[in-house]
Design a protein around this ligand. Structure first.
Ligand SMILES: Nc1ncnc2c1ncn2[C@@H]1O[C@H](COP(=O)(O)OP(=O)(O)OP(=O)(O)O)[C@@H](O)[C@H]1O
Ligand SMILES: [Mg+2]
Length: 462
């Protein structure tokens, strides 16, 4: 990459594109040129750019749409728009939407170069700041959220880039992967940190109550509404509202949420007075909302409105490298909390933890470690200190490959492996092996025959 910065230029006019590239290359920039929005998106996925310079009119879309896309997916990249028909309005719109600048064609070379140079310089400064900040922080963490996985690193990066904006964030991931924890981390990273952080679990309330919980109600709005009640949207004013389990919202609720999130306005139940708030909304779900949209169970417009920045948290089983990191952290934390300091895990115990598939994700690991702190015997956590499900799983191996055979059939593989291991351990001495397995010799012979182990012994000359 050139030291001056890498630029992605997008224009459907080949002549303009060519001359633009020449100019920028001559000035020492690394330039990638694309004719369409689709190709530009592809290029963005392959390489990091300092600046995207795009025309507003593209064959397959427009520059504003590309601007939104870059803001959502590559917030660290700067966007500059160019157009033939510059109007004040569109320039204002571009800047509002987060473009760095808006230039009218034909662009004056010097103006263009100056803008790009400034944008790149600003980028370099921001990069440097980020790097310095990162050096100060724990290498793998965002506040208390730790991970060394590259997918999580990408999530942390995105959070850092958008935390201090009003952007709506949607977090998707199975239960226990850290969604609630990250929502809080985002709030405390933003300039709203001194404002309230309000959490609503949408699945926990029936629809009628949820509406008044979110938007409040006025006295007499329904039976039991004996006084005015302030809703969570208002309670979160100047702060962050975290809407958990958003997939459970009913169709009617989805319409109301769309308006409240989009316009930051709503009416309390039983009132016709519109309330306006200044709230940053973060949402979480452990089901695939895109799939629900396809099935017609979730409004498409609401989905696009909330998925401005989408963070996907992978299950713990897909980042087993995080297991030791998290386990050690929880061991230190709960050791101190309960006054039972442990020095660590034995290698075997750690291997067991890494083999377990963690259906309850980080929450389950945290609970398991706390339990071992309380119940474990020695200073080190050993295999016998772990819950039996985890030990058994490590002993039997991965059962995800079990494909619904009969028990007898399913046990054949493990049984053969055990027989073979026992024979090897006893130098293929049948007498010793039978004794070790606590079966009689005839049974051992029968089983060896059934599993072709006799033939194997013969081949080995044993
Ligand atoms: N990366 C992480 N580092 C440290 N602790 C974590 C991490 N991820 C999750 N945890 C811990 O795991 C527990 C579960 O996390 P959290 O409540 O954020 O999950 P969730 O995704 O919101 O789950 P649910 O969908 O059930 O609400 C919390 O106690 C949190 O402290
Ligand atoms: Mg949660």
């Amino acid at each position: 990459m050139s030291s001056k910065g890498s630029i992605l230029t997008v224009d459907d006019d080949a002549v303009i594109l060519g001359s633009l590239c020449d100019l920028l290359r001559r000035k020492g920039y690394a330039v990638t040129a694309m004719h369409s929005a689709a190709m530009a998106k592809k290029a963005l996925g392959q390489q990091r750019f300092s600046v995207v310079l795009t025309d507003v009119n593209l064959q397959d879309g427009n520059g504003f749409e590309l601007l939104d896309y870059v803001r959502a997916h590559y917030p660290q990249t700067t966007v500059i728009l160019t157009t033939h028909h510059g109007t004040i309005q569109s320039a204002v719109e571009a800047i509002k939407k987060g473009a760095y600048d808006y230039l009218t064609k034909p662009t004056v070379d010097d103006d263009l170069l100056l803008t790009i140079e400034r944008a790149c310089r600003q980028q370099a400064m921001m990069d440097e700041n980020r790097q310095l900040r990162r050096q100060l922080e724990h290498r793998y963490s965002l506040d208390n959220v730790i991970s060394q996985d590259y997918k999580m690193a990408r999530v942390f990066e995105l959070i850092e880039a958008v935390a201090d904006s009003k952007t709506t964030i949607l977090m998707t991931g199975p239960s226990g992967t850290g969604k609630s924890m990250l929502a809080r981390a985002i709030h405390y990273r933003s300039s709203r940190r001194n404002g309230p952080f309000v959490e609503v679990s949408c699945g926990a309330l029936p629809e009628s109550l949820l509406e008044s919980e979110l938007f409040g109600h006025v006295k007499g709005a329904f039976t039991g509404a004996v006084r005015d009640k302030e809703g969570k949207f208002l309670a979160a004013n100047k702060g962050t509202l975290f809407l958990d389990e958003i997939s459970t919202a009913s169709p009617a609720m989805q319409v109301k949420l769309l308006r409240a999130i989009q316009e930051k306005q709503f009416e309390p139940v039983g009132s016709n007075k519109t309330v306006s708030v200044d709230v940053r909304v973060i949402l979480a779900t452990n089901v695939d909302l895109a799939e629900m949209v396809r099935k017609g169970q979730f409004r498409e417009d609401l989905y696009y409105r909330i998925n401005v920045v989408g963070l996907v948290l992978p299950p713990l089983a897909e980042r087993t490298g995080d297991v030791p990191l998290l386990a050690e952290r929880f061991l230190a934390y709960y050791g101190a909390l309960h006054g039972r300091i442990k020095s660590g895990f034995t290698d075997k115990a750690m291997a067991c933890l890494q083999k377990y598939p963690w259906p309850g994700n980080v929450r389950e690991l945290e609970n398991v470690v706390e339990r071992t702190v309380l119940l474990g015997k020695g200073p080190l956590v050993d295999v016998q200190d772990l819950p039996s499900v985890i030990r058994e799983r490590a002993e039997t191996g991965d059962l995800r490959h079990y494909r619904g055979q009969s028990l007898k059939k399913a046990l054949e593989g493990p049984e053969r492996a055990i027989l073979r291991a026992a024979l090897e351990a006893n130098a293929w001495n049948r007498q010793e092996t039978a004794k070790a397995l606590d079966i009689n010799r005839t049974t051992l012979y029968k089983k060896m025959k059934r599993y072709g182990l006799e033939k194997e012994a013969a081949r080995l000359g044993l």
